[in-house]
Structures are given as C-alpha cells and as structure tokens.
Design a protein around this ligand. Sequence first.
Ligand SMILES: Nc1ncnc2c1ncn2[C@@H]1O[C@H](COP(=O)(O)OP(=O)(O)OP(=O)(O)O)[C@@H](O)[C@H]1O
Ligand SMILES: [Mg+2]
Length: 436
Amino acid sequence: MSIAVLGAPSPAHRKALEPLGLASPERAELRVYVHARPPARAPRSPWLWVSPREVDPQLAAQAVLAGAYDAIAADSQLAETVKRRLAELRVQVEPGTPPDGYIARSEAARRVLLDLDRAAHTSFAVLLTGETGTGKDLAARYLHARSGRQGELVPINCAAIPNELIEGELFGYVRGAFSGAVADYDGLIRAAVGGTVFLDEVDDTPKTLQIKLLRVLEDRVVARLGENAWRRVDFRIIAATNRDLVELVRKGEFGGDLYQRLAIVRIELPPLRDRAADVPELCAHLIARFYRDEPDAKHRVARVSPPAMAALLRYPWPGNVRELRNVLFHALVRKLGGDELLLSDLPEHVVRGQPADEPATATLVDRAQLARLIDGGHMNLRAIRDALERTALELALAKAGGSPARAARLLGEVGRGASSDPGGTVRAMMKRFGLA
Ligand SMILES: Nc1ncnc2c1ncn2[C@@H]1O[C@H](COP(=O)(O)OP(=O)(O)OP(=O)(O)O)[C@@H](O)[C@H]1O
Ligand SMILES: [Mg+2]
C-alpha cells in the first residue's frame, strides 16, 4: 500500500498518514490531496480530496466532478478512511464481473460499470443520463445493490404521476389534508429511508415540486402535507433523464440549483451503436431471457446466424437495448422452426440498416382508405385533421395530468421554438376544441 500526500498538509496530517506508507506521486497507488480547496487541475490517477475542515458540499461536488474518488475531512479517522478508500479502489482495479443479466463487454460499458461501482461507495447524488433504452433503470438498480444500503430502492417516475397528486405521493400527507386523503400516508421518500430514491424522468418534475425537492435535498427533511413537523430522513438519491438537463436549465425549464444537487456525479450511458461489442452477448442474454419467460415455446433458437448478426451489428438502434430486445422477441415469437435466427427473421428496416421512419405515422395514415374517400368525393380533410388533433390532445392531457406544457411534450413538442411558452399551443388547441 502506498499513498502520496500532496497539497498543503500540516505536520499533523502528514504524521497521521505516514503509517499508510508514503511514496512519490508517480509510484503511489492513491494521491491524497490535502488542501482547503480541491485542486483546479486534477491528477489523472485515483485521488482523494482531504479538507482540513468539515467538507463543504459545494467543494466536494467540485472535487468529484474533477475526478476525485471521494472528499473527506481530516478528522481523527483520517488514516482509517484513506485506508478504506484505498482498499475499495483496489477491488475496482481488477476487472469486475458484471452481475447476472448486466451485459458489459465493450470498453464503454465496462467504464460505466466502473463508474457505477465507484459512485456506489459514496453517498453522493448520481445523475444517470443517456438515450432511451440505454439501461438507466438497470444502472440505478445496480448502483443501489452495490451501495450496501439496507433500505429499499424506491423508484419515482415523475412523468407518470399526475401533477395534483405528486406532492402527496412523494412527501406523504395526514388524514384530511385534502379531499381524498382518507388516511395518513408517509409518502415515497420516507419509504426510502436507509435506501435510495430513484427519480426517473426527472426532467418532467413540475416547477413547484422542484422547489420543494431542493429543500428536501439540502436539509434532508420531509414534512407530510397538512402537517408542520419536519422529519429528518436519510436516503441516497439517483436521478435519470434522457433529455439534456443542462440545456433545460439554460432555457429556464429546470432549476439550476436542483440540477447542481442532483448531478454531483454524472454517469452517461453510451448509446448501443457506440458499443457494438456488446451486441452479440446482449442477443444471447435476451434470447435466454425470452425462453425463460416462455418456457412452453415449441422449439428453441440457440444462435444468431452470421448474416443476421452482421445486420444487428450494423443497425444504429435509436431505441438502444430496448429496441434490440423488441426486435429479437418479435422475431422469436414468429419463428416457426429451426435453431438459428436468420436474416429473414429480422424486420425489413433492420435488414436495410435504416430505422423505420416514424412507424406510427405510417400506420395512422391509411393511404388506401384516403384514396377511397377522395375517389368517392367524401373527403373532408379539415374534419379528419380535427378529429386526430382532438383525440391526441385529449389523450396527452389525460396522461399529463392536465398540464399543457407536459402535454405539448407528449405530443412531440408542439409549438416549441415558435413560442417561449411551451404550453401555449396546447392551450390554444384546447380553446379551439372547447376543452376545459
Ligand atoms: N447492459 C445491459 N445488459 C442487459 N440488459 C440491458 C442492458 N441495458 C439495458 N438492458 C435492457 O434493456 C431494456 C431497457 O433498459 P432500461 O429500462 O434500463 O432503459 P432506460 O435507459 O431506463 O430507458 P428510458 O430512458 O426509456 O427509461 C431493459 O429490458 C433492460 O433490462
Ligand atoms: Mg427508464
């Protein structure tokens, strides 16, 4: 074991660390940087920031963003803590075996796994980013499992809970706090005490809730609706989004303070097209998963033929692993015989190597039907368009809990760009159709 002590250590700090075995920075396994502020230019090999005083959360965040493994205080436990961190780092240097069902063969995926492992041992908030289907959900579960936290992982999908219910769901309520609050409820955050809160699709958090969440994250206290008692809660927070939060902060749609709190450690899940080395193993894993769920399948596909695999490797997978899963499952359901998945079993757009162009549009617009209407002289384009708009609007508003801005996003960002009010177009449509 050897560490290098850098920065401005006092003689007492140096003495405390000496028993761990001091080495030159080039030869040390871990650099320990003792200074009132983390270094502006960070060393590339593993390092810790040691604050002579109690650790300031903002500076800790700065250190971790600059690549520090952890930020710790130079208290009486200093040598003990450094020793523990060094032991943790040693474990991770060995290529970790991914858990069952987590495929990480490519360089990019292994790096993510390593980052998850490193973050798991700290209590910092982690923001998982990446396109849809890249495995953020899986990563959150892995992170929680590796953190050794005894409590539950409580997923909260901000987009799925209607606006008017969301605060009660998160913070809980006392009986009678509002009509419908028929019994006391402790809320999802308290269900995560000693565990992890997983805020999925966090970009969809309503503005009012963002402000309340910030308070919870800053002070680690929660009060149930209808009650003035703040209770201390210990939980770890993981958030996930497939949108660019920095951009949303810039546009004023997401609170900068909350972003800072959530993104102390950022882990980006790379798209599947950038880690093709994972595709063969993912296929094997997903095919095995299919037959585990379908034990009565008449016959079994054991492998993917080389031409089919070549197509799967070439295809850009805009829906990432989820899309690969769907393509494989679909092919396996339709497969009638043979133990090899063939190129002809794959959908045409995968064989061609080009994502299907907005499949929804293709099926929604029935060319033949429209041709018949036009031929018969019964076409009323305005009526058809209105019916489509009205139905889509009703569905989106219901799912968005009545929020025009969220409905606009569900409808494919209607009105974006043309107006600075994201819900403006939807409100105009509501008025046109006489919807409340
Ligand atoms: N590395 C992986 N190994 C095995 N399965 C994976 C891996 N990554 C993703 N999957 C599988 O792909 C599917 C989609 O993953 P997941 O739900 O975690 O994506 P996501 O990033 O949360 O997507 P979204 O942004 O749409 O919520 C799941 O069935 C998951 O089990
Ligand atoms: Mg997800």
